[in-house]
Design a protein around this ligand. Structure first.
Ligand code: ZN
Ligand code: MN
Length: 149
């Protein structure tokens, strides 16, 4: 099971003497509970009603702190958009080609694939990413189509 532990994340913040403001906690909690691998804007939109003083910059700065401590992983894409993942161990993703939502997927152990590829190619694999792309249930239900051309 792919999962992440917010208690451990909180311990790490305390250990590094990083003050956990209500906003900072909210951003962390959102990341650790929402399964869709949000962007900065998505986190901001989800929390601004409850925290009217929140800004996109605050969200971004918090993410930077979390990233530095290894509490989140930043996933970058060709189009320069970024999503944030609270599961920092290696795992797979399934990505909607229309709205970009991303979920974790359990599959063959990453280690097995790594060893297989190393044997076949003599490469030393340092890191990798596997994404399966398709259309998410919400987009399918709404009848959204992939942009053409
Ligand atoms: Zn979608
Ligand atoms: Mn993930």
């Amino acid at each position: 099971m792919v999962h992440c532990d917010i208690e451990k994340a909180m311990d790490k913040l305390k250990l590094k003497n990083i003050r956990v403001t209500p906003q900072r906690f909210a951003v962390l909690e959102y990341l650790y509970t929402y399964p869709g691998h949000p962007t900065v804007e998505e986190i901001y939109k989800a929390l601004v009603d409850k925290y009217p003083n929140l800004s996109v910059t605050t969200v971004y700065n918090n993410l930077r702190v979390f990233k530095k401590l290894g509490l989140v992983k930043e996933l970058t894409f060709g189009d320069a958009s970024r999503r944030y993942d609270a599961v920092t161990t290696e795992h797979y993703h399934v990505v909607c080609s229309i709205c970009g939502i991303m979920h974790d997927v359990e599959f063959l152990e990453p280690q097995q694939i790594k060893e297989y590829v190393e044997q076949k190619t003599n490469f030393t694999i340092a890191q990798y990413r596997l994404e399966l792309q398709g259309i998410c249930p919400d987009c399918a239900k709404e009848g959204r189509q992939l942009p053409t051309g």
